[in-house]
Design a protein. Structure first.
Length: 643
C-alpha cells in the first residue's frame, strides 16, 4: 500500500470499529430468532450501514491527507478537512447515541415524529425532560465530540499509523476493506428485494431495526427469472394518498341540523397520556362519581398512540391519516362549526401549547386567539391549577344569554407525571425520572407517580364539576372526560407512548355525562371517532354519522364493530375484536410490511397469520375506504367542495 492515503485509511478503519457496535446492537435488539433469512439480513445490513456512515468523514480525511503538502494559502486546507472529518464523525455518533437511547426507552428510531418535536414551537417542551436528564446528555455530547476531535488529530499527526499500515499492507488496502462492505450492501439490497417479492414479513419488519436502510424492489426481475409470485390480494397495501392529488369532501353531504331550543353547554376535559386503568375510585374519585351519573365506556380506544392522532380523531370523528389535508387548509372540525353557528362562547386552555401539535391550525383554527390560552410556564401540575382557575372564573362570569364550550388539556399526567405534595396517595413513587438510568425495574414506582398525577388532575376536574353545579349547569351541560392516548410503563417493554400499539398505549378512559340520558356502563369496544357522532344528535344534527364521520353513536350501538384504526406518524394498526394488524403508511408502505398480533399483543405464528388473512379478505379494502372516505380525488364525478 502506498504511503499516500494510509492515515485516512487507518482513520476510516478506527471509525468503522467505533461505528459497527451501534449497528450490531440495533440488529441484536431486533433479532427474534425467526429464521436464517432474517438473521442474514440483519447481519449484512449492520456491516454495510456502518460502512456507509463512515464514508463522509473518511472522504474529508482523505482530502486533508491528499492536500497535506500544499503551499501558501492552501496549507490551511488539510486542517480544515480533518476538522470537517472530526465534526461529521462526531455528529454521526451523537445521532447514533441519541437514536439508540430513543429506541431503548421508547421503541422507535429518530423519525418524523421526533423531527416534528424539534422544529414545531412547543414541541421540545412537550417532551417533559428535566435538568437531571438534559445536563448529562449535553456532557455526553461534549465527550463524544472531543473524542472524535482527538481521534482525527492523532490520525493526522501520528507517525506510527503509516508504519502500522505498512507492516500490515496485506490487510490495510483500500480494495480489500471496501470489497467485503460492498458485497454486504449488495446482499442487503438483494435481501429486501427478495423479501418484498416473497412477502417475507418477518424479514421486511427487520428493516425497522436500523435508523436507515437502503432498499430495492425487484419484482419484475424475479418474475422474469421464473419465480412464482405469492398472492398479494389477501395482503394488499394501505396506500397513502398524496395530499396534492386529493381534496376534502368533508362532510360527504350537507349537514341537516336544527339548533336546540335550549342548547347544551359542553365541557371537554382531556388528560395527556391518561390511560384507561387510571379511571378508578382511588386515582380519580371525582370522575368516577360523575361516571356513575353518566356513561362509562370500559373498552375505549384512542385514535392514535400519540397526541396528534388522538386529538384529531376525537374532534373530527375521522382517522388521523388525513391530518395533513386538514392542516394544509386550516380546516377545523364540524363540531366547532356547529357551535360557532349557535353563538357559543369559547374558552380553550392547555397546559402545553396549541402550536404543538398544530391545533391552532386544525381543531381550533376557526376560533379567535382570545379564546385560546396556553400556559406552559412552571411545573405542569401548577399550570393545570391555573388553567382550572381560568375555567372556574369563566363559568362564573360568562354571558348568561349564550351557551359555552370549555376545553382543557391537562398536562400533569404527561411524563414526568407531576403533582404537588398534597396529592400523594401512593407514597412509594420514583422521586424523579432520569431517562438515562430508567429501566423496567422502576416501573411500579413510575406508575405510582402517574397515579398521583391522575389524582391531582382529578381534583381539578372536581373543581370544574363543583363550579358547574354551583351555577346550576349540571342539567344542561355535556361533560367529556378522556385521554388523548394511553401510556405504557414497561408492561410490553417500553416507557411512554408513540412507540407501539399495545393496549397500554392506545386505551384511554371515556366518561360522558349527558343530561337526560339513562346512566350506563358500556362494554362494547368504542373509539375516539365515536365521540362527535354520539354528541351530534344532542346538538340538533339529523344526519347519520356516516355523512360526517367514520365513528358511531356509542349510545345507540347494538353490536360490536368489525374493526377500527389507530394511527401513528408513519404507521397504523387495524384493530379487530381479536387481532391487531400493523401496517406502514406513506413512503414506508412501498415495501409490504405487515405484522399481526392478538388483541392483547401476543405475536402470532405464521400459521395464525395465514388463517387470519384467509378469513379477512375484505378487511384491508374496507379500511382503505374508511381512511380516505373524506378525501376525494380531483377527477371524482361526485365532487364536494371543501367547506
Amino acid at each position: 500500500m502506498h504511503k499516500s492515503g494510509s492515515r485516512s485509511l487507518l482513520y476510516g478503519v478506527l471509525l468503522y470499529a467505533a461505528t459497527l457496535p451501534y449497528f450490531l446492537w440495533f440488529a441484536f435488539q431486533h433479532d427474534d430468532g425467526r429464521g436464517f433469512f432474517r438473521l442474514f439480513f440483519l447481519a449484512v445490513t449492520a456491516l454495510a450501514n456502518a460502512g456507509l456512515l463512515v464514508l463522509p468523514p473518511l472522504g474529508f480525511a482523505l482530502l486533508g491527507e491528499t492536500l497535506g503538502d500544499s503551499r501558501g494559502f492552501r496549507r490551511v486546507l488539510p486542517g480544515f478537512f480533518w476538522t470537517l472529518a472530526a465534526l461529521t464523525a462526531g455528529l454521526t455518533h451523537v445521532f447514533l447515541v441519541i437514536d439508540a437511547v430513543i429506541l431503548l426507552k421508547f421503541g422507535y428510531h429518530f423519525n418524523g415524529f421526533v423531527w416534528n418535536l424539534l422544529i414545531t414551537p412547543g414541541g421540545f417542551e412537550s417532551m417533559g425532560l428535566e435538568s437531571h436528564t438534559i445536563i448529562p446528555g449535553f456532557i455526553a455530547i461534549i465527550v463524544i465530540m472531543a473524542a472524535h476531535g482527538a481521534l482525527a488529530f492523532v490520525s493526522r499527526r501520528s507517525r506510527r499509523l503509516p508504519a502500522l499500515a505498512a507492516r500490515h499492507r496485506a490487510i490495510f488496502s483500500w480494495w480489500r476493506l471496501a470489497l467485503p462492505l460492498a458485497l454486504c450492501l449488495l446482499f442487503s439490497l438483494l435481501s429486501t428485494g427478495v423479501a418484498d417479492f416473497n412477502l417475507h414479513q418477518h424479514a421486511l419488519m427487520a428493516q425497522d431495526a436500523f435508523p436507515f436502510v437502503l432498499t430495492m424492489r425487484m419484482r419484475s426481475t424475479m418474475r422474469s427469472l421464473g419465480f412464482a409470485e405469492p398472492d398479494r390480494k389477501s395482503r394488499a397495501v394501505l396506500q397513502a394518498m398524496n395530499g396534492d392529488d386529493g381534496y376534502l369532501s368533508y362532510p360527504l353531504r350537507p349537514i341537516q341540523r336544527r339548533t336546540p331550543d335550549k342548547p347544551m353547554n359542553i365541557v371537554w376535559l382531556v388528560g395527556e397520556s391518561l390511560r384507561a386503568d387510571l379511571l378508578n375510585e382511588e386515582a380519580m374519585p371525582n370522575s368516577w362519581q360523575l361516571a356513575a351519573k353518566g356513561h362509562r365506556f370500559t373498552e375505549h380506544y384512542s385514535g392514535g398512540h400519540g397526541t396528534r392522532p388522538g386529538m384529531f380523531s376525537m374532534f373530527y370523528g375521522l382517522y388521523a391519516n388525513t391530518w395533513d389535508h386538514f392542516l394544509r387548509l386550516s380546516r377545523g372540525p364540524l363540531l366547532i362549526d356547529w357551535l360557532l353557528a349557535d353563538d357559543y362562547q369559547f374558552l380553550c386552555v392547555t397546559s402545553a401549547k396549541f402550536t404543538y401539535p398544530e391545533f391552532d391550525r386544525t381543531i381550533f383554527s376557526a376560533l379567535p386567539n382570545a379564546s385560546m390560552i396556553s400556559d406552559s410556564k412552571g411545573q405542569p401540575w401548577l399550570r393545570d391549577i391555573r388553567n382550572t382557575d381560568r375555567i372556574v372564573d369563566f363559568i362564573a362570569d360568562r354571558d348568561a344569554s349564550r351557551p359555552f364550550f370549555v376545553f382543557s388539556f391537562f398536562e400533569s399526567t404527561h411524563a414526568p407525571y407531576t403533582f404537588p405534595d398534597d396529592a400523594v396517595i401512593r407514597p412509594d413513587y420514583l422521586p424523579e425520572l432520569n431517562y438515562a438510568t430508567l429501566s423496567a425495574k422502576d416501573a411500579p414506582r413510575i406508575y405510582n407517580r402517574a397515579v398521583n398525577a391522575a389524582y391531582h388532575l382529578d381534583r381539578q376536574i372536581g373543581r370544574i364539576i363543583t363550579a358547574l353545579s354551583e351555577q346550576g349547569f349540571m342539567d344542561n351541560t355535556i361533560i367529556v372526560i378522556t385521554g388523548d392516548h394511553g401510556e405504557e410503563f414497561y408492561e410490553k417493554g417500553f416507557l411512554g407512548h408513540n412507540s407501539t400499539f399495545v393496549q397500554e398505549q392506545i386505551r384511554t378512559p371515556w366518561v360522558l355525562y349527558a343530561p337526560g340520558s339513562t346512566p350506563a356502563v358500556h362494554a362494547l369496544m368504542t373509539h375516539h371517532t365515536d365521540m362527535v357522532p354520539t354528541i351530534a344528535p344532542l346538538l340538533g344534527v339529523k344526519n347519520p354519522p356516516e355523512d360526517f364521520s367514520v365513528g358511531q353513536n356509542a349510545l345507540a350501538m347494538t353490536g360490536e364493530r368489525e374493526f377500527f384504526i389507530v394511527c401513528g406518524w408513519e404507521i397504523a394498526t387495524i384493530v379487530t375484536q381479536t387481532h391487531k394488524m400493523l401496517l406502514p403508511l406513506g413512503a414506508k408502505a412501498r415495501f409490504r410490511k405487515q405484522q399481526l398480533s392478538t388483541l392483547n399483543d401476543r405475536p402470532c405464528s405464521e400459521d395464525e397469520e395465514d388463517d387470519f388473512y384467509a378469513n379477512h379478505h375484505g378487511l384491508l379494502g374496507k379500511a382503505q375506504h374508511d381512511m380516505w372516505k373524506f378525501v376525494a380525488n380531483r377527477d371524482d364525478d361526485h365532487k364536494v367542495a371543501a367547506h
